[in-house]
Design a protein around this ligand. Structure first.
Ligand SMILES: [Zn+2]
Length: 434
């Protein structure tokens, strides 16, 4: 068996994150003015040092830094090229708990990347965060690694005409003068790229289903939103049966009043563009895809971006499962169609290590979905769905790797599937569908 990718190899984004400490909790106090797109923030990070820290660094975009405290004492800092370098007044001892407080102001803007702008972005009348994969530093200072999950408190103050939606439970909402402060607490560990704040003039409705589901949307889209998301409750039930319990206390959908190229995933939340709501469920496959990310991506989060198929392959496969469960084409028909299409495309990609530039290549999504369908064919429905449920239970709110998934699949099947996974995940040539 060849060596599996992902262990001990360099990260896809080595410039992001710092190995010397872990943040356990982010407390973000934000004041956002929609018109001028102005953000003033205080970030308080509670962290623990893995090694002695004479210096440390945070990932952070372009803001004016007001002051920086480490353990309550002013720290020297230098801010350049997306890094905030700090020198604490006293070094932090290895193993010690410590705090960092950063005050900042500025006009948040998306960070440029190979995939276009990432992060906080101004909308025509509000704002959105689309952080995947490395956009979090566009709005708060962080240790930007997907395997460093933390808890969050996010307080957003903005003009009362707007709704502010963030991850987790709404624990406070206070109106003072013309402004409202919204407080959200995210109790389940969350990767930085999944942290999110959405601001807009939204109406709000609650969907029927086995779990609290809220939808925020522009009032003009009400009829279309009610129709297009009407089956989301049934989708939650279908996925719960196949994947195991939904991993968070609630699910929030935001429909922005702007067009978005693709929907955006966040923890406990998905964001759609107004173009994804046509009143005819024309984007229902995306509703299924984004919902599935709550299990695959948000609860179980890749340790490194090379394993992106563990998010996108699974969410794409969930589209087929929803089609099958809701009276559409069976998964086998989708699989046959996509196998045919992929066979006609260049086979120069390794699914379990596509390279940083290709993490959002559609072939990663579709071959990932095909790999799961091929696994289902190989081991049978019972073993396949037991594997998925055991996967989401065993790594709930944790970090995952391809090697962990393939080992688990072999374990549940009671035999080695190494040859199968080598062909689908590590070889470039597209295997035949079993
Ligand atoms: Zn996706």
């Amino acid at each position: 068996m060849r060596a599996l990718a992902g262990r001990g190899e360099a990260s896809y984004f080595p410039d992001h994150g710092h190995d010397g400490y872990r943040v356990g909790h982010y407390d973000l106090e934000l004041d956002y003015r929609v018109g001028p797109n102005r953000l003033a923030g205080t970030a308080r990070l509670s962290a623990s040092a893995r090694t002695r820290l004479d210096r440390l660094e945070l990932d952070f975009g372009t803001f004016r830094i007001g002051r920086v405290l480490v353990d309550g004492r002013p720290a020297r800092f230098r801010h350049r090229r997306g890094k905030l370098h700090l020198t604490p007044a006293r070094p932090v001892a290895a193993g010690a708990a410590f705090t960092v407080e950063v005050r900042y102001t500025g006009n948040p803007s998306p960070l440029s990347s190979h995939w276009g702008g990432l992060g906080w972005e101004q909308l025509s009348d509000g704002s959105i965060v689309a952080g995947q994969p490395t956009g979090a530093p566009s709005w708060f200072p962080c240790n930007d690694r997907p395997d460093h999950k933390a808890r969050y408190r996010i307080a957003v103050t903005t003009a009362s005409a707007y709704e502010a939606v963030a991850n987790g439970r709404l624990t406070g909402r206070r109106r003072v003068g013309a402004n409202t402060t919204w407080v959200y607490e995210q109790d389940e560990p969350m990767a930085t790229y999944l942290a999110s704040v959405q601001v807009g003039r939204y109406q709000f409705l609650e969907l029927e289903g086995p779990l609290p589901q809220h939808v925020f949307y522009p009032s003009a889209a009400e009829r279309r939103v009610r129709h297009d998301f009407a089956r989301q409750g049934a989708m939650v039930a279908a996925f719960t049966e196949r994947f195991g319990p939904y991993p968070f206390p609630s699910y929030t959908v935001v429909v922005a009043d702007d067009e978005l190229e693709i929907p955006v995933e966040a923890q406990g939340m998905s964001i759609f563009g107004i173009n994804h709501v046509d009143g005819a469920r024309g984007s229902e496959r995306l509703v299924a895809h984004e919902l599935a990310h709550q299990w695959f991506g948000n609860s179980l989060t890749l340790a490194d971006w090379r394993d992106i198929w563990l998010h996108e392959g699974f969410a794409s496969h969930a589209e087929w499962l929803w089609s099958e469960a809701s009276g559409g084409d069976p998964a086998a028909a989708h699989a046959a169609r996509w196998h045919h299409r992929l066979a006609a495309q260049p086979q120069d990609l390794v699914l379990a290590d596509p390279g940083p530039r290709h993490i959002f290549d559609d072939r990663v999504y579709k071959r990932g979905a095909l790999t799961l369908h091929a696994l289902r064919r190989t081991v049978g429905d019972d073993v396949f769905f037991r594997t998925l449920r055991s996967w989401t239970a065993g790594y709930r709110h944790g970090s995952v790797t391809t090697a962990a998934f393939t080992a688990l699949a072999s374990h549940v099947a009671g035999r080695s599937l190494d040859g199968f996974f080598d062909a689908w995940l590590h070889d470039k040539a597209l295997p035949r569908l079993p």
